[in-house]
Ligand binder design. Structure first.
Ligand code: ATP
Ligand code: MG
Length: 676
């Protein structure tokens, strides 16, 4: 049945693409926003993480994060150097002087002053020049984004000059630095020169960068430095985290992104979840058909979960692909978004979330499918519903009228009228009510009916009198409230649900008024449904169905979709579906009412010809008096009871086995007027 689930899903292109789009959209939004959030937050620690050749950052105890620094003294540096376990310790300056380009354009820059001798903290990725060139007087290295700001549209060349607080400096290198949170350009210089660029401050050392001796546990060394010097020491990783936490606590970033991500989540959940839910609800009738032909709730649940996982995976993959492409393209094209990437954590989290969303949506819709009364497949179109609503009013009126009357005893049809005396359906005093309290309506008011094997029996009566309800009860699709019901000698209304399904699977064939073919399956696949439900392999089931369609004159149309078939052809396919598993009872609800007279006649001919067999009973509900001649018996129903039956000779069959309706005789009328 898995292929049926997939076809149902993909059959309606517009809905399917809508679903995929909704999930892809939600995935994209979630991954995009969470990755940008992580990227922005990560930038606050860019200057720390870019210094890869150090283990520990030592700073004033009041320095909380990398961008607001209380200066250290030269003495502090020497004390750190004296701590056991320190291999080397060097100074680092970080300041924010103002830089001016020759054309007057100016901007605050992040200036990193590196230890003169070792250049610890120099950029790792040089695009032009070399860090050693910093030894030249007034030399600086600038990051690519800064260069592009000061010299927009100009080729990357060295030797250009800038003014840093009125000091003229020369660009000797171009580096790739991680983008800082403030989006300022990043400039590197020697410590001794950097401090001359920033003016009046006396103590200019921002940090002491420490390399630990091999084999030393960094956390221990941090504690030792703190104990010895009274300064604060943190590993590179801890200091980066400390800075990130500071920004998260003290800026609106988390709130801002929190809102966007929450909106993405809500939009994603609502759009994806609801679209999938609606998709299932709109397919309820199809699920009803599957239930009617004997597909178990477990199987249906599996089908829905399969559909959910499929759209979830496809939608998520597309969304993730788009998000990765987004970062790839914008990272290349835009300076502002450089360094932003789709984080695997974000993709994994989003994937899990999408899975959760579709599974919750499918669980909700599964509930609808599980509690679905398969009897709903007998319900007609809008027209039919409107008709039923009027009928319902009529039945209230009749019921009120009838309240003072005693219930009429109904007449069974078994008395000597069967071909071989065997009874397929036996009802006595069958009662069914709908609703509760005030709205309670007794629809079957003690039905007595026998449907013999080897015949076609018609059930006729005014609209709303309970024919469909009786049919649903007789086929175990609807629970009854009271009365005796034996179908092929099984007490169907007393069997537990699962056994009822198995019984239906083996013994019942359905023809519905609306044909109820699954639109995404071909004619042959539709016919094969009862076999598939019974576990026959798809190929064998479809082959058998094709042979049957062939014998019904539909061989050439076996691969057609229902939408490509005429009404008569669809009803023939539905007939084949009812016959394919050779059931012993076939029930049809108004099989000709959607057809014109001639087509309806031909369908009935076919039904009489192929369905009526000695070991099989056919029960047909109809309004159509033109097909009465095909019946061996007619049960008249009114107001929830069988009030009259006619026994007929049944159709005379010609040499080809085709019944000749014109030749039918009215054999016997067990007359008893409906309102006697
Ligand atoms: N699930 C339900 N809940 C409440 N009332 C229902 C339900 N199903 C049927 N009824 C009512 O039971 C009555 C009989 O309905 P049913 O569909 O069996 O009539 P019918 O004889 O098949 O009519 P029609 O010829 O129009 O198809 C109607 O009044 C209908 O409104
Ligand atoms: Mg009906």
């Amino acid at each position: 049945m898995n292929f049926v689930a997939i076809r149902m899903l993909t059959g309606d292109r517009a809905k399917y693409l809508g679903l995929i789009f909704a999930i892809a959209f939600a995935s994209f939004l979630l991954e995009n926003q969470s990755s940008i959030f992580a990227g922005v937050v990560g930038r606050t620690a860019s200057q720390i993480l870019d210094v890869t050749d150090t283990d520990i950052w030592v700073m004033d105890p009041n320095t909380q994060y990398v961008d607001e620094i209380r200066a250290l003294t030269e003495n502090d540096l020497y004390r750190v150097r004296g701590v056991p376990g320190v291999q080397w310790a060097v100074r680092l300056f970080k300041g924010l002087p103002r830089a001016k380009a020759p054309d007057g354009k100016f901007r605050v820059v992040i200036l990193m002053g590196l230890d003169d001798a070792t250049l610890v903290g120099a950029p790792g990725r040089m695009l032009l020049g070399s860090t050693a060139d910093l030894s030249q007087p007034d030399a600086i290295i600038i990051d690519r984004a800064g260069y592009m700001f000061f010299f927009p549209g100009q080729p990357f060349t060295l030797g250009r000059t800038l003014e840093l607080n009125d000091h003229r400096v020369k660009i000797v290198g171009l580096a790739e630095a991680s983008p800082p949170f403030q989006t300022f350009p990043v400039v590197f210089a020697r410590y001794s020169q950097a401090i001359t660029y920033v003016g009046q401050e006396r103590n200019l050392m921002s940090f002491v960068l420490v390399k630990a001796q091999p084999g030393i546990v960094l956390k221990d060394l941090c504690r030792r430095i703190e104990a010895t010097t009274g300064l604060h020491a943190a590993t590179t990783y801890d200091f980066a985290r400390q800075t990130i936490v500071y920004y998260l606590r003290n800026t609106g970033i988390p709130v801002n992104f929190g809102i966007t991500i929450t909106i993405a989540l809500i939009v994603g959940t609502v759009v994806a979840g609801q679209t999938f839910y609606i998709f299932t609800i709109e397919s309820l009738k199809q699920f009803g058909v599957l239930k009617a032909v004997g597909v178990t709730n477990r199987r249906l649940t599996g089908m829905i979960l399969l559909q959910a996982c499929l759209v979830g995976i496809i939608g998520f993959s597309i969304g993730t692909g788009l998000c990765a492409a987004f970062f790839l393209v914008t990272g290349k094209l835009l300076l502002q978004t450089r360094g932003f990437i789709l984080l695997w954590q974000s993709a994994v989290g989003t994937g899990a979330l999408i899975l959760l969303i579709v599974i919750v949506a499918s669980l909700l819709s599964i509930r609808r499918v599980v509690v679905l009364e398969p009897a709903m497949v007998f319900r007609g179109t809008q027209n039919g519903l409107a008709r039923r609503r009027f009928a319902f009013l009529g039945s209230i009126f009749r019921r009120n009228r009838g309240r003072s009357r005693p219930l009429r005893p109904a007449i069974g049809m078994s008395n000597g009228s069967t071909t071989n005396g065997a009874i397929a359906v036996h009802c006595r005093g069958l009662r069914k009510e709908f609703g509760e309290g005030q709205a309670k309506a007794l629809v079957l008011r003690g039905v007595d009916l026998d449907v013999p094997l080897g015949q076609m029996t018609l059930l006729v009566g005014p609209s709303g009198c309970g024919k469909t309800t009786l049919l649903s009860a007789v086929t175990g699709l609807l629970d009854t409230n009271d009365g005796e019901l034996a179908v092929l000698d099984e007490p169907l209304n007393q069997l537990p649900g699962h056994q009822r399904i198995l019984f239906r699977r083996r013994n019942l064939g359905f023809v519905f008024q609306e044909y109820n073919l699954l639109p995404a399956l071909t004619a042959a696949e539709n016919v094969a449904l009862p076999l598939l439900a019974a576990g026959v392999a798809r190929r064998r089931a479809v082959e058998r169905s094709k042979r049957l369609l062939d014998s019904l004159g539909m061989g050439a149309r076996a691969e057609a979709l229902p939408a490509q078939l005429s009404g008569g052809e669809q009803q023939r396919v539905a007939l084949a579906r009812a016959l394919v598993h050779e059931p012993r009872l076939i029930v049809c609800d108004e099989p000709t009412s959607a057809l014109d007279a001639e087509t309806g006649h031909r369908v009935m001919e076919l039904l009489a010809q192929v369905a009526v067999r000695p070991e099989r009973a056919v029960l047909v509900v109809t309004h159509d008096s033109r097909i009465f001649d095909f019946a061996s018996a007619i049960a008249h129903m009114n107001d929830g009871q069988i009030v009259r039956t006619e026994t007929r000779a049944g159709p005379r069959v010609n040499g080809d086995g085709v019944p000749e309706p014109g030749s039918l005789l009215l054999a016997q009328v067990s007359a008893r007027p409906a309102h006697a």
